[in-house]
Design a protein around this ligand. Structure first.
Ligand code: ZN
Length: 84
């Protein structure tokens, strides 16, 4: 795969995560605020939930995307978007 299309693919995924996060934030009751630094985000498929917590390095989520790949996952996007 040429490098440029790899980057295009990556940025497409980033946009999709943000878009998915927006859908989660807009859905009723998926983002639950525990306190200022701790949120629980229910999965859209209804299978379990993830803990999103604020750390000194930024938001951290308990899902594989965030834990193993170290990326800003849709749950973190959802929490950020639910502020506004
Ligand atoms: Zn997550």
């Amino acid at each position: 795969m040429p490098l440029t299309s790899m980057f295009e693919d990556m940025s497409k995924q980033l946009i999709e995560r943000k878009e998915q996060g927006r859908l989660i934030a807009q859905a009723n009751g998926l983002v639950k605020r525990n306190d200022e630094t701790s949120y629980t985000v229910s999965s859209q498929s209804g299978n379990g939930s993830y803990d999103v917590v604020s750390t000194e390095f930024g938001w951290n989520c308990s899902c594989p995307d965030s834990t193993y790949r170290g990326i800003k996952c849709k749950h973190i996007h959802a929490v950020e978007l639910s502020f506004t």
